[in-house]
Design a protein around this ligand. Structure first.
Ligand SMILES: *Cc1c(COP(=O)(O)O)cnc(C)c1O
Length: 354
């Protein structure tokens, strides 16, 4: 299956699946029986192995622990109504991993290792894919610097790993966001466009402050002037004002979300006027004040769509319209859930079907 290097397979002698309560999976706490581990050394991928999920050996001097070269991806697989398995746009996740690797001075992960590895793992652990409606198998590919060396330079050794987690029907409750105008998650010229661990570390302090104030998450703004909206940090953000759909344009401070891209395609097809450009805090605040903002929602693989219920700006909370009026976000949610379930035709070739 993997052409670039042989894939060794060691199956577990004792599946853990019988101990799993599939009715109470939550998110990211239950791990399937197997994982794929590949190693990069001396300028090439030297081994790839599917093995029982478990702890890794590591040196305390391992480069990632000190200097943070670490990137990841997240995507989902699920059973379709006809019993086949669909994976949503894995090629986009592979492309983004290549872009993140490039930005973080890490090696490229070959497509057949990434996609072929996912296929192989799903084949071996398909009994871990939950069957309840809306549940799925979350797939986490990631790569980190594994060289035992304390010098500051790109590591010369890496590990690429994929493991999977059965996850429940993750419905995000409508979120309360604070438009953050003091702390920053990323900076212009920095690594906000890479799906890298450090961006999450950088966001925690501001996010915890926001949570203490009674909001779920920060809506980050540009670090230099805090005049322009960027994203939520786990999700991209989108707004609807009448027939117009607004979302901040990509750049080096915004992650290129696969959900965001899918929704922009759909919104255009559905006849909305889509504006991908700089979106100022001022215009969103004005739309909020005038009651013109019909919808705001976050977009990401975990929740698909998260309605924004309240937005806080400059000392004031603004309530958004009730959920039943969220025509776009509701349509997106239904479309993507039905597509992955095989209820509607995959006209965009977004599904990898196994
Ligand atoms: C992963 C991620 C998203 C959402 O991307 P999807 O591909 O839609 O899951 C948005 N922002 C950040 C910072 C992310 O890491």
């Amino acid at each position: 299956m993997i052409e670039t290097l042989p894939l060794e397979i060691e199956l577990t002698s004792q599946s853990r699946i019988d101990g799993v309560d599939f009715e109470n999976l939550g998110f990211g706490r239950v791990f399937s029986d197997h994982m794929l581990v590949a190693e990069y050394k001396n300028g090439e991928w030297v081994s790839a192995k599917v093995m029982p999920y478990g702890n890794l050996y590591m040196s305390p001097a391992m480069s990632v622990l000190h200097y943070g070269q670490s990137i990841f991806e997240g995507l989902k697989a699920q059973y379709m109504k006809d019993g086949r398995i669909s994976v949503f746009r894995p090629w986009e996740n592979h492309k983004r991993m290549l872009a993140s690797a490039e930005r973080m001075c890490m090696p490229a992960v070959p497509e057949d290792l990434f996609i072929g590895g996912i296929k192989q793992l799903i084949e071996i652990d398909k009994k871990w894919i939950p069957k309840q409606k809306g549940a799925s198998l979350y797939i986490r590919p990631f790569m980190f610097a594994s060289e035992e060396f304390l010098g500051v330079r790109p590591s010369q050794e890496y590990k690429f790993i994929i493991f999977t987690c059965p996850v429940g029907n993750y419905y995000s409750e409508p979120v309360r966001l604070k438009i953050e105008t003091h702390y920053s998650r990323v900076a212009q010229g920095g690594i906000g466009c890479a799906k890298t661990a450090g961006n999450y570390a950088a966001s925690l302090y501001g996010a915890v402050k926001v949570q203490k104030m009674g909001y779920h998450q920060a809506l980050w703004t540009n670090s230099l002037t805090h005049e322009y909206i960027e994203e939520v940090g786990t999700m991209n953000i989108m707004f609807r004002i009448g027939n117009r759909v607004l979302t901040p344009e990509l750049g080096d401070t915004i992650l290129k979300g696969v959900t965001r891209d899918s929704v922009l395609t759909l919104a255009r097809e559905w006849g909305y006027e889509v504006e991908e450009r700089k979106v100022s805090v001022k215009e969103i605040a004005e739309a909020l004040q005038n009651g013109m903002l019909d919808e705001a929602f976050g977009l990401g693989t975990a929740a698909v769509v998260a309605h924004v219920k309240v937005m806080h700006y400059d000392g004031k909370d603004y309530e958004l319209p009730p959920l039943e009026k969220r025509t776009l976000a509701n349509k997106i949610y239904d479309y993507l859930i039905q597509l992955r379930n095989g209820d509607i035709e995959d006209t965009h070739n977004w599904l990898l079907i196994l």
